[in-house]
Design a protein around this ligand. Structure first.
Ligand SMILES: [Zn+2]
Length: 289
């Protein structure tokens, strides 16, 4: 596994340098959705006070309703991602969809958020487009900190393109709930950036910068460069390095039955991005908020 991780990061580093840009990807294949119009749906299951007292997935007593989450999502789409002339992207406000309690209670990965690795939980695989749900599982957000506002992973990836991404907003603690509406919109906008394939930007003047997320109310030049690279307005589809194999010679221990050859390294890097955000929010939030 170590060799696989090293390979993933090496490739990522080389690819990043070769591109000559600052933005990063949420995966090591520069994967993006292979269609122009992407719908963002919200799970209709309420988190406020749900499963009270349960040690694994008790929710905070207060949380916005699914309808409010959908309304804020639409504002995030319009504030950030639908105003870019250099991309082919068109994000669409979806609807409340009935996903039951699975997405409220489920773990994003089979491992805990602090484990450093991620095998995506196939029970939460998003069949298409982007799904947002509140979620309260302690292994997604920890049990003693309130700093992780959300976690995002493109958890449906066919080896070439992203087919579905999942955004889980922290309903276990009150960190997200206590934000203003404007800050919530900005956090949702940041998470949608991850769902589209973007990683964190090292450029501070960016929505995809790893901290100060709630206060950031417009895209920066690096966000624009990144999203325009993934979704160029004048390019044909499917140019996202789909022919590059990332399979390591030692990848044979992968037992994930639904994984293609690229999936393990893809999700490892995605998860490191998530964990990194978690730690920054956990330790850096007081400095920036
Ligand atoms: Zn992030």
């Amino acid at each position: 596994m170590f060799k696989l991780k090293a390979f993933s990061f090496l490739f990522f580093f080389v690819f990043h340098i070769a591109l000559g840009h600052s933005f990063t990807f949420n995966n090591n294949a520069a994967a993006a959705f292979d269609k122009d119009e992407i719908t963002v749906n919200v799970n209709d299951t309420d988190c406020a006070g749900a499963d009270s007292g349960d040690s694994n997935y008790a929710c905070n007593s207060d949380f916005i309703t699914p309808q409010k989450l959908l309304d804020l999502t639409e504002r995030a789409i319009n504030r950030f991602w639908n105003r870019i002339p250099t991309t082919r992207l068109n994000l669409v406000r979806g609807s409340l969809v009935s996903k039951g309690n699975t997405f409220r209670r489920g773990q994003l990965c089979n491992e805990s958020y602090a484990s450093g690795t991620c095998t995506p939980n196939t029970a939460l695989k998003v069949s298409s487009d982007i799904l947002i749900s509140c979620n309260c599982h302690k292994n997604n957000f920890g049990d003693s900190n309130v700093g992780i506002l959300g976690v995002t992973i493109p958890n449906n990836y066919d080896g070439v393109a992203i087919k579905g991404s999942l955004i889980l907003i922290n309903g276990r603690h009150d960190g997200f709930h206590n934000l203003t509406d404007n800050e919530k919109i900005n956090v949702i906008g940041h998470e949608i950036g991850h769902a589209l394939g973007l990683g964190h930007s090292p450029v501070e003047d960016s929505l995809m910068y790893y901290s100060n997320i709630g206060k950031r109310d417009h895209l920066g030049w690096d966000d624009l460069d990144g999203i325009s690279y993934l979704y160029p307005s004048s390019q044909p589809l499917n140019l996202n390095c789909g022919t590059v194999s990332l399979k390591s010679p030692n990848d044979s221990d992968s037992s994930e039955s639904n994984s293609g050859p690229n999936n393990t390294s893809f999700f490892l890097l995605s998860f490191f991005s998530i964990v990194f955000l978690g730690f920054i929010l956990r330790y850096g939030r007081r400095r920036f908020f």
